[in-house]
Design a protein around this ligand. Structure first.
Ligand SMILES: Cc1ncc(COP(=O)(O)O)c(C=O)c1O
Length: 397
């Protein structure tokens, strides 16, 4: 027997909760677990721009032959522009792009690349962060450290402690930075804070690895890429893991990209050859469908405008829900300052409640959220927001 020494491991706790939600027969149940966008009816519909691009692709499709290991040329160029904006020829020449299987694929391959280059250096993740960052980085063999990011009680960023930690981290560490819509807190540094972070990164010759999974779902397409664009102006090297799962609603199609900004064009070619080799050793070629859709949406002015409008509706809905929740809680708990709830970005909000409260909300009220107190704001809607506020308000610390 080959596998008799293996025992079962528990599934990702977020996915496990989503399963428990599906099994719960209560009609009034509320799902605030998995980070997917939902509309006011609780649906995650196919975006119109995506559906239209998909129809055109199917009509024109002539082959299912492999893509090149590095990905679709048009997609790679357009993603680079979406993230970095209009770039000058020098930066374009220094920026390599690998099409990946979603943002996770980009995070894992970027980690593998760093592990080959700097096998003894650690990776720093924010505390708290999205749970899967740990698996993706340790899977590549990197030692994991964390930097303080958020004060759960005060609901604020811990900038001084973060900067101090980056200062003390071993030189040339890999530092994963969520560019916007931080998962799980929804709290992002402003331009001034990003400048201070990049100062530390530069002083200590760390390699920033931006995780850009929510571009356009926070403060807008440009603003959500702000730290990446700031880094492009001043740093010689950095990586970006791009996901099209949320902003194109292409979750299951696995469209992503790893951007590698290198010191010069020669180094960029080296990095592209390396990541191609890493990908080849893992899965060989990326899937085509999602990338073809993104490429078509971004290439066609009409489709691009439709997509931008749809994305703006989504981000506005998230902002309205945050404001609505802050107001509903303030009405029920006038003794508390709930204004911070309205200030975050993107899908997530960290409520700062303990696991006992999370468990009671699930068991008594059929309200499901991640056990660290993170909610997916998009799971709220006109029907359930007041119900949620009624259940949560008396239990807020
Ligand atoms: C912070 C963060 N990074 C990356 C990802 C990866 O997204 P995907 O692999 O689905 O494109 C997610 C998905 O939830 C995320 O929350």
């Amino acid at each position: 027997m080959s596998f008799e020494n293996l025992t079962a491991v528990s599934s990702d706790s977020i996915l496990g909760l989503a399963q428990a939600f599906r099994r719960d027969p209560a009609p009034e149940k509320i799902d605030l677990t998995v980070g997917i966008y939902r509309d006011d009816d609780g649906q995650t519909p196919v975006m119109h721009a995506v559906a239209e691009a998909e129809r055109a692709l199917l009509a024109a499709q002539t082959t299912k032959s492999y893509l090149p290991p590095i990905g679709l040329p048009g997609y790679r160029t357009r993603i680079r522009q979406l993230v970095l904006g209009e770039l000058d020829a020098g930066l374009a020449d220094r920026t390599g792009v690998l099409q990946t299987t979603g943002g996770c694929g980009a995070l894992r391959i970027g980690a593998e690349l760093f592990a080959v280059a700097q096998p003894d250096k650690p990776v720093y993740l924010s505390d708290p962060t999205w749970g899967n960052h740990h698996g993706l980085m340790s899977g590549a063999g990197l030692g994991i450290s964390t930097y303080p990011y958020f004060d759960l009680d005060g609901h604020t960023l811990t900038m001084d402690a973060m900067l101090d930690c980056l200062q003390r981290a071993p030189e040339q560490s890999l530092v994963v930075l969520q560019a916007s819509c931080h998962n799980p807190t929804g709290a992002d540094p402003d331009a001034e804070a990003w400048a201070a972070i990049l100062d530390r990164i530069e002083q200590r010759a760390h390699l920033p690895f931006f995780d850009l999974a929510y571009q356009g779902l926070g403060a807008g397409l440009q603003q959500d890429a702000l730290p990446v664009r700031m880094a492009a102006k001043r740093l010689g090297e950095f990586l970006v893991a791009v996901s099209c799962s949320k902003n194109f609603g292409l979750y299951r199609e696995r469209a992503g990209a790893l951007l590698m900004v290198a010191a010069d064009a020669g180094q960029r070619r080296v990095l592209e050859s390396r990541v191609k080799q890493i990908a080849r050793g893992m899965y060989s070629m990326p899937p085509a469908h999602g990338a073809l859709i993104v490429d078509r949406v971004l290439a066609d002015t009409g489709l691009r405008n439709t997509w931008r409008r749809e994305l703006a509706v989504m981000s506005q809905r998230l902002a309205v829900l945050r404001t609505g929740l802050a107001r509903a809680l303030a009405e029920r708990r006038p003794d508390l300052d709930c204004s911070w709830i309205a200030t975050g970005n993107g899908l997530f909000l960290q409520l700062g409640i303990d696991t006992g409260v999370v468990d009671r909300l699930r068991d008594k009220n059929h309200i499901y959220m991640v056990r660290d107190g993170r909610i997916n704001v998009a799971g709220l809607n006109g029907h359930n927001l007041a119900v949620f506020a009624d259940a949560l308000a008396p239990r807020l610390p």
